[in-house]
Design a protein around this ligand. Structure first.
Ligand code: DGL
Length: 270
């Protein structure tokens, strides 16, 4: 890494697919001078039903790729990948700040009035020791209802953000939670904000839905400030996107977000 110009380097962001774009978009909105390099591992999605050891190996490969592009910071824009890999990523590259994601259980317990929260995340996230520790620390006297949302990531990757099939699946997930008195839902997978509007319609306006992406953008900003690594607007920031599978899902998702003229590349592994 060229440390003389480190502040000008891009922020690396990755996920199993298009989900992390919800985080990249929040970063782009909050830190508009920064360049963003995004990697979506669409060829190997989903991560959420794979063993943590497999996800860890993918995270190591992608982080190496982003660091080869001279990224100054890496945002692991995937709850599953964070649960499976964050400590190992930090130990492997101690000079690189890694920002991880975890289900926003803490803000949810502060927000709930009924004392009942619902967490939507993947199987691998729920099974992780990291998530179990989160529950032990914050949930205590609250009731927490969980659902691994089987099939939802695939529907979102397919662009079915408002389809009948997605609505049926979401209803089967959240209606039992609402019947128990849940008034706060945590989007514990970065894909799920793509169906937030549909979810809000199903749950009704009284239910609060927590998407942690803006908080991640603020956390990233404080790291950049601490290190003096904020990008100066000497040249236009770059927005580059790599996918390991086909580009369709990413192109469709980007057309709904705020990026202008993004460059999209097909990543070929050696
Ligand atoms: N977007 C990922 C997350 O935040 C998981 C999606 C997947 O299962 O690949 O957990």
């Amino acid at each position: 890494m060229d440390t003389n110009h480190i502040h000008q380097q891009a922020i690396g962001v990755f996920d199993s697919g298009i989900g992390g774009l919800t985080v990249a978009n929040a970063i782009h909105t909050h830190l508009s001078k920064e360049s963003i390099y995004y990697f979506g591992d669409t060829n190997r999605i989903p991560y959420g039903t794979k063993p943590a050891s497999t996800v860890l190996q993918y995270c190591m490969e992608i982080s190496q790729f982003l660091l080869d592009q001279s990224c100054k910071v890496i945002v692991v824009a995937c709850n599953t990948a964070t649960a499976a890999a964050l400590p190992q990523l930090r130990a492997t590259w101690p000079q690189v700040p890694f920002v991880g994601m975890e289900p926003a259980v803490k803000p949810a317990v502060s927000a709930t009035k009924t004392g009942k929260i619902g967490v939507l995340a993947t199987q691998t996230t729920f099974k992780s020791p990291r998530y179990q520790r989160l529950l032990e620390r914050f949930v205590e006297s609250y009731e927490c209802f969980e659902n691994p949302c089987i099939g939802l990531v695939e529907l979102i990757e397919a662009g079915c953000w408002d389809s009948r099939e997605t609505e049926t699946l979401l209803r089967s997930i959240v209606e039992p939670m609402l019947a128990k008195g849940v008034d706060t839902l945590v989007l514990g997978c970065t894909h799920y904000p793509f169906v937030k509007e549909l979810l809000q319609r199903i749950a009704g306006p009284a239910v609060q839905i927590i998407d942690p992406a803006p908080a991640i953008a603020r956390r990233l900003e404080s790291i950049l400030i601490d290190k003096g690594w904020q990008r100066q607007r000497e040249t236009k920031p770059e927005q580059k996107f790599w996918v390991s599978g086909d580009k369709d899902a990413l192109e469709k998702a980007l057309s709904r977000l705020d990026f202008q003229n993004p460059n999209i590349f097909r990543f070929q592994s050696q």
